[in-house]
Design a binder for this molecule. Structure first.
Ligand SMILES: [Fe+2]
Ligand SMILES: [Fe+2]
Length: 207
């Protein structure tokens, strides 16, 4: 069978649905590969910054890498702006939805709201709400998102910065998106892991 036999779901037989489920499972297993292709496309996207959107992402991720961040944080840094092209008005929600089955809740939350936290860097007189992050005050991950933006996201628009190439992070993307979706041992609600790890940072700087 190469395609299902039905043209309306309500007319589908068991054989067709079994084929469909197996086919879709195979397709779902390739999310990591498709995300890497999408990231590469961000090198062509329109940007008024001095760097392309992909370069911004690579700088953000490189900073996370050299801070010794764990797999979840590094992949979060790599994908946090993946919605820029198709969801410019809620790009954090877009990326968070992609990440949610495969990374810690802490990282998904940070991704979802990072746009609110980035507003703090905008001047007062632009007519934008640069205190948007205040609505998250008291949240258990508030300081994590604050640090994500301050250390990794907001400084990463620098054409002079030496970022690592996308190829360096591809195996990590494939590894994280090969996890069992929504595995409780991965999602770990309420768990907080530090953004920085001194020993890992030292090891990565030397290698
Ligand atoms: Fe963003
Ligand atoms: Fe960003």
């Amino acid at each position: 069978m190469k395609q299902v036999k039905f043209t309306q779901l309500k007319n589908g037989d068991e054989e067709s649905f079994r084929f469909l489920l197996a086919h879709d499972a195979k397709y779902a297993n390739k999310v990591g590969e498709r995300l890497i292709e999408l990231l590469a496309e961000l090198d062509d996207s329109f940007s008024a910054f001095q760097v392309t959107r992909l370069e911004h992402i690579l700088q953000t991720t490189t900073r996370a890498w050299y801070d010794g961040a764990d797999d979840d944080w590094v992949v979060t840094a790599l994908l946090h702006d993946i919605g820029d092209m198709h969801a410019p008005f809620n790009h954090g929600d877009y990326a968070a939805t992609v990440l949610a089955p495969f990374v810690r809740e802490q990282c998904t939350w940070t991704t979802r709201v990072h746009g609110d936290f980035q507003m703090i860097y905008f001047p007062d007189n632009l007519g934008v709400n640069n205190r948007a992050r205040d609505k998250h005050a008291g949240h258990r991950y508030f300081e994590d998102c604050e640090a994500f933006c301050e250390r990794w996201d907001q400084p990463s628009f620098d054409p002079a910065y030496q970022s690592l190439p996308l190829s360096q992070f591809e195996p990590l993307v494939l590894k994280v998106f090969a996890r069992e979706p929504f595995d409780p041992s991965v999602i770990r609600p309420n768990a907080r892991e530090p953004l920085m790890c001194k020993s890992m940072a030292g090891w990565r700087c030397k290698s």
